[in-house]
Design a protein around this ligand. Sequence first.
Ligand code: BGC
Length: 719
Amino acid sequence: MLEDALWISPPADPGDGAVAFRRRFPGRPGRKATLTLTCLGVYDAYLNGQRVGDCLLAPGCTEYEKRLQAQTYDISDMIRAENELTVTVAKGWHRSRMMRKRERLYSAPCALIARLDMDGEVLVTDSAWEAGPSSVVFSDIWDGEACDATMDTTAYGPVRTVDWPRDVIVPQEGPYVREQETLSPRALFVTPRGERVIDFGQEITGYAEITLTARRGDRVVLTCAEMLDRDGNFYNENYRTAQSRMTYICRDGQQTWKPRFTFFGFRYLRVDEWPGEPRMDSIRAIAVYSEMARTGFLRTTHAKLNRLIENTLWSQRGNFVDIPTDCPQRDERMGWTGDAQVFCKAACYHYNTQRFFEKWMNDLRASQRPDGSIPDTVPNFWGIRRSSAAWGDVMTVLPWQVFLMYGDRGTLARNVDAMKRWVDYITADTLERDLWIGPDDADIMWQKHYGDWLALDAAEGSYHGATPNDLIASAYYARSTLLLVKAGKALGRDMAAYEVLYERIRAAFRDRFDLTTQTACVLALAFDLTDDRPAVAARLNRMIRDNGTRLSTGFVGTPHLLYALSDNGYAGTAYDLLLQEAYPSWLYEVDHGATTIWEHWDGRKENGTFWSADMNSFNHYAYGAVADWLYAVAGGIRPDEDAPGFERVVIAPVPSGRIQGFEAEYRSVRGTILSRWTNTEEGVRHEISTPVPADIILDGERHPVGPGTYIFYDQRKEQ
Ligand code: BGC
């Protein structure tokens, strides 16, 4: 792609500012014309003053040394007899300071490459283009954007051509990032400390758009936060070094401005500078994320549960900005593989994420190292060398999940070799055959494995929960091997050797590990690594009850916790955890004002103080994985492994007397599946609709049915 075009750069490095590239050319209106382009950074393009396309942050976020997406736009309707094309290039991810390995490995220039096709006539980037200054004088993914509208941007000069690889350029793969919801302020107030603060009532990822009448040189400065402190003051220490600031220097008159090349995670904005007083209608917040069709809807009669569901949705929106990120606000915003691994199932119910994840799986494979290991973040902007269990396992979990939900064998065909290389990596990495055993590095803060990250049974001051790394790593070794076997078989391959390996891992796991933590029991049950399910389930249930019906699990245990209970006879305990309001619990967050999912169960403590400023995001979707349990168990809608892509469906709802009414709707690729239950005087009334043959399972009884709507009554049973 773009082989005949040249990379062009401004004569001098623009630092943190953006550069406008310009080309004037004659055209023939009415003829077909396309523009294909990409850059090192992010760009927007204008033809004759009109925006080309509406996607943001193009060319997107990829493993740039290996893959750089280019976008093609149909510009036929925009061509005139005389044309001016301006493409502004800012730092984006590629040249931002988050690209830490850049200092070590390479330094990318500000550069553009483009090709215009006008009915056979071709125009490419070369020395005939010009470069000039942009009013975007500062732009950074972490730190924000500054625009000087008073700037004279008319002086253009020559460009230089630069040598940069073109063979990494691939066509756009993922869905475009676009502007989505628009939110008006809920409140504008002055804090006890005297700060002017705007509250949008909802944490989002995006930016603010301001409209005001001002004089030339007036300044607007807005700084982002997720929280107010317990005294009601603005609090953004948890953003760490990310400045997250929008700065605008006004021209004369009425004007509207918003950032063009970055995004922020925020609910509150502090108005640091504003000419006069902002009004409620001077500012709105615009959510920005990847285009995905909504496919899942959960509706209940339980108001707090509904808020929790909303929070999982907003955390998905806020962290699906071209790649799945850990968080959208502090100085990370990285494609942490473990976070995506645990949330991908929920994500696939809430939205159609097929294209989004297919693109990221291409990044995963591009990042996979020769030894088969997967870096802990993809793209690997920090040059992380490690590969943690439950993080790297995204390489097996994600393709299988996407295949189950959307039914495309191509997903497995593209990824199965990478899945195999991941399993082979573990086999080669372990110190003990048939398990994944590492060196004893318990004292090292940044161990190879993250373990049950942020679990509450952690030693004081530690991020790693009490479940041994070797146990978690070995459980995931089994899990990944099993998923590889399933994927290979679905493709008609002979997987006998890996089936044998899987059985050996299972046996070794059973012999080796004592299940002494909640997460240990959860993994043994969820990954089928015990021959004594009833005893392990009873032990897990007892641990939770003895703990005051409270969980102590972290990133690894939590996503499977409710399944481990409800699939093994303790649905009542699962519901009690789901609806628990005392700390630590999902509804504790809701009771404490959460509008997205928190990174820590105790992100905000009962006394209103914060867990820490160091690692405390309030928009981290990992624990939002609970949403998939609501679809798959409470609503009971599960893909049938033998008929993926919902060619058949299993609908096995598990109702609870603690919720009056519950409804899960999933718009599968084969049509809408609905499972609704209501507690009535006569017992539980189920209404189930399926567009495909289904196995409806109620109270252990299987009812095979064809497409249609069915009503069942069963007696309420408490466990
Ligand atoms: C991120 C996590 C990530 C973790 C690795 C953190 O800094 O925010 O969500 O998975 O590091 O343990």
